[in-house]
Design a protein around this ligand. Sequence first.
Ligand code: MD6
Ligand code: FE
Length: 216
Amino acid sequence: MTFDLFDALPAAPAIEPLAPGAMVLRGFARDIDTDLLAAVREVSRAAPFRHLITPGGLRMSVAMTNCGQAGWVSDRSGYRYDPADPDSGAPWPPMPTLFRSLAERAAATAGYPGFAPDACLINRYQPGTRLSLHQDRDELDLRAPIVSVSLGLPATFLWGGLRRADKPARVRLAHGDVVVWGGPSRLAFHGIAPLADGDHALTGNERINLTFRKTR
Ligand code: MD6
Ligand code: FE
């Protein structure tokens, strides 16, 4: 029997701090990537991706859908969590068990045990798609963190501070990376720079982002 020192080391998760309470878990979702993407396709068959309209009347370049007990939607009247898909009137598809358990494991790894998300917003980016700086503040319970999973093409995550004017850092998010943030960083401004063109083995020219929240 051969003994390899490197085989004997446990695979420690690569945790990259962003700010107090916020971190990137590099590659955390990689080993279940194909199952996650299959589940995204399943959800989007029942609740297709769509471009929401902002309260100001602009069409968002990112396409969105949701699963879980509530879904994030935007229209001329504002932003809200809605138990039903406004396009169909039907409840959002249930959150796949695989999603729920991934979010729970990632949160626990980041120091937030007991995370119980009731909503998963699914974002789809194509080259040129961007998400301007914003805060996630439509959730009632701001003590719960947010867990965000990146799949497919890499993106530049804009990580600002607690004030809109804080100059954002640029953080590369690759396939399988998971960002967790909460506590003192829960209301940090953030966004996604225009997606660069590319070709990913599993998603082609798209980036898919899953964002888990506890909305109430
Ligand atoms: C995205 N993410 O990564 C957009 N929000 O496509 C977000 O807006 C986001 O990644 C809160 C926490 C983590 C995020
Ligand atoms: Fe956000």
